[in-house]
Design a protein around this ligand. Structure first.
Ligand SMILES: [Zn+2]
Length: 273
């Protein structure tokens, strides 16, 4: 039996896979702010799901860029209590198995390419707009090589603009993510009903996508995450056509298909590899 964890900024999802080919028993818990609490919570839910069966492998996605050795987070706007904590060694001790740690954003992209909306494309940009904005670039079905990680959510779209949870200003995440909307409008994304606000958010997202296109040259942009259920995708596409003047035809922009489970599917893909 294999375990796949997706430790997000707000929620943690856990699934088991019997043979490393499909997922079952997906469970959701709140991600504790405290690292030690988090480790206890993961062990508890894993014990429940596995029912004492032998664990053969563990894949973990965690929300934020990792150190070079992929053992811990080097930054994380939404779970700062986990930064620089021994995530991989602690989990290896708990499960007595090698643990593969990846950036949650990379697993989300991998999941959409292997099982979802990115299937059949060679160059995919995946953006997940939830608590934050998680991004990655997948080439030929693999997480593209990178020196520091893919953090297009922290591109500056407005000089001296709104504060971002990472400490910067004017970042895409501050204008389109759940945490950004909460700061600007004092409401959760799903509570915002004014179409004018969503039109505005669509414009900011289109500017971000323009930059993704000119730097990453994707065949397709896959947009997932809870906030994408409210951002009008047709408006995003229409603004993107207006601002992206260097290419006559923008790449395809499509909605993700796997919802909040995309990182779990990415973890499954890693197990299969
Ligand atoms: Zn930022």
């Amino acid at each position: 039996m294999y375990l796949v964890f997706d430790i997000g900024g707000t929620n943690t999802r856990v699934a088991i896979s019997e043979e490393g080919k499909s997922l079952k028993s997906i469970k959701k818990i709140f991600t504790p702010e405290d690292f030690d609490q988090g480790m206890k919570g993961l062990k508890q839910v894993a014990d429940q799901l596995s029912g004492g069966e032998e664990i053969k492998g563990v894949v973990v996605g965690v929300a934020g860029p990792l150190d070079k050795e992929k053992t811990t987070l080097i930054a994380s706007p939404h779970i700062p209590g986990w930064v620089n904590k021994p995530i991989k060694p602690s989990l290896e001790k708990i499960f007595n198995q090698p643990v593969y740690l990846e950036h949650e954003a990379d697993l989300e992209g991998l999941g959409e390419v292997a099982f979802g909306a990115g299937q059949g494309y060679k160059i995919v940009a995946n953006l997940v707009i939830g608590t934050g904005v998680a991004t990655t670039r997948i080439i030929d079905g693999k997480i593209d090589q990178n020196a520091l990680g893919f953090e297009a959510g922290h591109q500056i779209i407005v000089m001296n603009g709104h504060p971002c949870d990472c400490g910067g200003f004017g970042h895409l995440e501050a204008y389109v993510s759940g945490s950004g909307l909460m700061k600007t409008y004092g409401k959760k994304g799903e509570e915002i009903k004014d179409p004018k606000i969503w039109e505005e958010v669509a414009k900011y997202l289109a500017i971000g996508l323009n930059n993704v296109v000119v730097f990453w040259s994707p065949e397709v942009i896959v947009l997932g995450g809870a906030v994408m259920q409210s951002i009008p995708i047709d408006a995003v596409k229409s603004y993107l056509r207006k601002v992206l003047t260097i290419f006559p035809t923008p790449p395809k922009v499509v909605l993700g298909k796997l919802g909040d489970d995309s990182a779990l599917f990415g973890g499954l893909q890693l197990l299969m590899e």
